[in-house]
Design a binder for this molecule. Sequence first.
Ligand SMILES: *Cc1c(COP(=O)(O)O)cnc(C)c1O
Length: 502
Amino acid sequence: MNYFSTRDTERKIAKTSAEAIKQGIAEDGGLFMPESIPALDEKEIKDLIELSYNERAAHILSKFLSDYSYDELLSFANAAYSEDKFQGGATDISALGDTHRVLELWHGPTCAFKDMALQIMPRLLSAALVKTGEKRLSYILVATSGDTGKAALEGYKDVDGIKIQVFYPEDGVSDMQKLQMASQAGENVNVTAIKGNFDDAQNGVKKIFSDRAVAEMLDKNGIFLSSANSINWGRLVPQIVYYVSAYCDLVKEGDIKYGDIIDITVPTGNFGNIFAAYIAKLMGLPFGKLICASNCNNILTDFINTGVYDRNREFFTTISPSMDILISSNLERLLYLIAGPERCAKYMKSLACDGRYEVEEDVIAKIKESFTADYCSEENTAITIKETFEKYSYLIDTHTACALYASINAEKKNADEGRNVKILTASTASPYKFAADVLRSLGKEPDSASFEVIFELSKLTETEIPAPLAALRDAKVRFTESVGNSSEDMLSAALSFVGVKA
Ligand SMILES: *Cc1c(COP(=O)(O)O)cnc(C)c1O
């Protein structure tokens, strides 16, 4: 299976999967996509139903990552989704009434769905270094607004041949997120706060990545820069697995029959998670509507409804911060599949120049065959958390609430259309990761300003705190470094961690 850039109109530069994972982004600025989408036929899906999550993962991954062996992929999955890391299994499905099913993707070590990819991706990268004959150290730089940084640290800690440096905005992450990162274990990790906001952190990292002199200096010291963000194919492909696996689980438990259609709702930011559901659908899973749920940063809702993507709009800071995004990078992959590389390259150029693009009638019509979109206000996010808890004694976080709100709206529409299908809502974080806002949604103002709020939430709802978050009470802070917000300040911190003198 070869990989091509979404902007490579003549399919000139073919990469292996290992190369695509090592490189992250294509030379022309596009994203890597497999040359074709492999199919899963009926017999294969029925066979998968009888297998474990890790065996399903190895089977699906091996269709995309053809330069990795099945046994290799199975051993990575076994290590990534082990019982001590994912308590109670990699994923779980909860039923809310007849129609709604919730796919819990946050049972991993950092309690957010990003663990599903970031626990296995470091193993894919580490093997890719060997497969491509890379002798240099891979140095991963991450700018984070919270969830990605911790999940990347936890995934890459003590992985051979790799070091990781995370920058986060000093006043831009929650107390919980700060403590999670500052107490990170591992000999190859470093965490640095910057005196600025998330944009400063991201711009600084981008500048370091695009600086040729830096690349040369690192190369002389046997180091190259690498990234862990969600445009890397190595992060996307493990996400396809849980949609296939969830369907298998629903059939296995007798909740649906093989062949029954289900709709899927995903709380969306960068469009990575919902795109993985789309790939699973293209592979042959009987998925109906893919419902793209946003918060009041509803740029994707507008795009899917009108075909116009326009980032020239107000940016809102919400209680579902991981969806506060105006450039959904992975949407480029959908545009590539539906409109082709030529038009895709044209849209991306227009986005870079004017902050907007408009797709043709045929493109938006094709998108609407699979996708619908909805968004949830701050008020409705809180109401959904409260009502879901009152009705089902089921506690959800703010991101999942946006999606469940969209699922409930979709259920009404389905009823009007005479469609009787189950709706699977992806749940992307433990409610304890956003404990203060969840507590407020339930009508109680937190007494404590720090991460101690998790104990208040547990007492009020009589639900259990995930072990990795409870353990933070006794965690030792290892990283206290804080630097200025210029890219020079960040570069000198990054160089000093790998012992390189500028
Ligand atoms: C990252 C994140 C999202 C958004 O996922 P995308 O793949 O970027 O669309 C949603 N919810 C939570 C909790 C997240 O951390």
